[in-house]
Design a protein around this ligand. Structure first.
Ligand SMILES: [Zn+2]
Length: 360
């Protein structure tokens, strides 16, 4: 982990080591290969990384690119000496869609400006991919011999699309990635301030969203005699009220501990705000103090469905969707209500579609 942490220090503010230069090159190469679902090519990015591994001396049989068209996944095996089951490192190569018109510069052109890197996927997660690839290449270059096999899998369609690479590998080629333990670099990571390593963060859960289908019904009538008792107006009234509603904040063990420890690490105003958030999560003052770039993600959102009940009119029905990847930490807050429908006419009904967690 120390090696990974060191390679995370891609910042140009410090003199770059040869390893950091290689990591930066890989980072740039990945950013400049469009891997969006709509027009991108994940296979191209996977092949580009595969070429680096082969050039570094990895056996061709240990470097595999496989998957549906445009949705290729890279799997690399670094052979170890011991019999223990492998350690698997994963990252996704695909990125969220990016329209040129929405960006001040080409999102698929790597830019370095004022000490920051810019480009689609710069923080989710081609930085992590570059770190993993550079770390594996360095281990090989230095003739490191791990005590067990290390596997690297860089995959497609984590952000969306029809060919989620991890699902595809687990289903079709489990033997390639079967491991005792898996480390996903899509969250957490090393934090460095003024050249000082502060901490290595680990994510314990993923924020997820709920989709709702709102239906408004009423008695109807003939359009020659329009009435204000109209299902469309009922629906829009409910949505307006919902838009003004602020969900209560619920901290759970992981979030609370992260804020408490973060308060001591950061200190200053940020530390004070974090302490206030723990003491009184529903005091809006410290939350408002966070600019968007520093906003803290609550690893588990407050329950989304109950506000539909007080916020909506009796003529609307509120339905909630099951979460696709609920975690144990989230489950107390996503259970549907016990009694349905409620007396006000709303009945929560799970839908069959499963929304997917995504970070912007
Ligand atoms: Zn990601």
């Amino acid at each position: 982990m120390r090696l990974l942490a060191a390679l995370l220090a891609l910042s140009p503010l410090f003199a770059q080591s040869p390893e950091q230069k290689i990591a930066r090159e890989i980072f740039k190469q990945l950013i400049e290969i469009n891997t969006t679902d709509s027009v991108g090519d994940n296979t191209r990015a996977a092949e580009a990384m595969a070429a680096r591994f082969r050039a570094a001396g990895f056996a061709a049989s240990d470097v595999t690119v496989l998957g549906p068209a445009r949705k290729g996944n890279l799997v690399v095996r670094f052979h170890g000496a011991g019999p223990a089951r492998p350690l698997l490192f994963i990252g996704h190569l695909d990125v969220v869609e990016a329209r040129r018109a929405d960006w001040p510069a080409d999102p698929f052109q790597f830019r370095e400006q004022d000490g920051y890197f810019y480009g689609r996927g710069a923080s989710d997660m081609k930085d992590g991919d570059a770190t993993l690839v550079a770390a594996f290449l360095r281990l090989k270059r230095e003739n490191y011999r791990p005590s067990r096999d290390l596997i690297l899998a860089l995959t497609s369609d984590e952000e969306g699309g029809p060919a989620n690479g991890i699902d595809w590998l687990v289903t079709k080629h489990r033997e390639l990635i079967d491991a005792e333990y898996c480390i996903n670099l899509d969250a957490g990571g090393g934090h460095i301030k003024n050249g000082k390593h502060l901490f290595m963060a680990m994510q314990a859960a993923e924020k997820v969203f709920l989709s709702f289908k709102l239906e408004a019904t009423n008695n109807g009538g003939h359009s020659s005699l329009p009435t204000k008792d109209n299902a469309i107006y009922h629906l829009s009234d409910g949505l307006s009220r919902l838009g003004k509603f602020d969900f209560p904040v619920h901290l759970f063990d992981v979030t609370r501990t992260a804020f408490e420890r973060g308060a001591n690490i950061y200190g200053g105003q940020l530390g004070a705000d974090l302490k206030m958030m723990v003491q009184n999560p529903n005091d809006p003052a410290p939350w408002r103090a966070f600019p968007p770039s520093q906003s803290i993600t609550l690893s588990c959102a407050p329950p989304a469905w109950p506000p539909c009940y007080p916020a909506a009119t009796p003529r609307m029905r509120c339905r909630n969707s099951p979460l696709p990847r609920s975690t144990a930490a989230c489950s107390p807050w996503i259970s549907p209500p016990r009694s349905a429908p409620r007396s006000n006419g709303f009945s929560p009904t799970p839908r069959s579609s499963s929304p997917k967690s995504k970070r912007p």
